[in-house]
Design a protein around this ligand. Sequence first.
Ligand SMILES: [Fe+2]
Ligand SMILES: [Fe+2]
Length: 430
Amino acid sequence: MEEARSHRVLIVDDEENVLKALKRTFMEDGYRIDTYSSPLDALGFIEKEKVSAIISDFKMPDMNGLDFLLKTREKLPDCVRVILTGHANLDTAIKAINSGAVYGYLTKPWDNDEIRIFLRNALKNYDLERENKRLAGLLDMRNKELEEINKNLEARVKEQTRFITDQFNKLKVTFMETVKAFSKTVELRDPDLGAHMGRVASLSRSIAMAMSLDGQELQDTVVAAWLHDIGKIGLPDVLLRKDENNLNSEESGLLREHPALGELCLMGIPGFEDVSTIVRHHHERYNGSGYPDSLYEKYIPLGSRIINVADTFDRIVYSRGYGHPELVDKAWNYIKGFSGKLFDPEVVKALGDVENLWRRSIKRLDMARKVSLDNLEPGFVLAEDVKTKSGLLLLPKGMRLNKLHIMRIKNFHSAKAIKGWLLVLRQMDK
Ligand SMILES: [Fe+2]
Ligand SMILES: [Fe+2]
């Protein structure tokens, strides 16, 4: 009954007695009933009021019942539409039901109980459909909310991931820049040595990548290469500038300490445990003839075996104090010749795999060339010591010129103390 009271039923018939009879019948079920004898008035009514069901006579003078019911569809799309018809128009009513325009029909004369049950069922159906729609709407709303939350969540995760990746990359760059800066401080002590470590790092990286090293192992190898000769900082100047083949036994003993000194420098830095070990062993030889521990083959850390090859290659190419393209083949043949003896054959193979890379980078190196003082540019590197005619050393070989150096050189030239040209290299590959 409670439910029934919530339903409003509109009955339209041009015969007043039919309206009264139907109203009486349906009121027993507790519906709120509105009756109209004119379909036009009924249309006016539904403009303002909502109803759950409309029962309309078929034959009316103003408008036929089907046309009237069709007109109510726009205003009340979900309402139960029932046509009240005599047997003569039953076919038309059935067609209207089949086309979906009306829900059902009642025939005149009717049985009171039958039509009450009919309307009760029709309204139950109406309630169910409305509930379905309400739930579907709710579901749709929840889905949209969920979609929105997901979208936001996805965006937030993406944003966070981007932020963390950015920070990580920045940290990585900062870390590598710190390592390079550390390595470059060696240049203050000895420009050649600093430049050598940079080049060895670059070649070691190419070899390591050709050997499919990645992640921490690759990073440790490159960092160790940047710092591999850091232990030479403490060596006396004379020793640093002397050809390694012309050292006496005391000097050579001192030189052989640099891998262990390098390890000592780095081993206290958290996270540098592997780096310092690689540095310690960068002069070991594959056949065990190296130093400081005479390790051999796979007992030598892979990073050290890689740096050893890159280091040997670089020392041969730069054996005249500056990079000499003609020495590239000499270095390559030497290393190939001692593959499996002094050098790990797999590292030698990887050096061969990146041949294009080092040939190209060596091509970029200038051979030492004469440049008149007027054409000197900051960044040029001296290929020989600059001395006055009386033999006083003004600037050492390997110095990277800046504006001040150039001014100083020109001043000495104006005073006729030095010649009008210098032997220089362009900015060297690092
Ligand atoms: Fe070394
Ligand atoms: Fe070295």
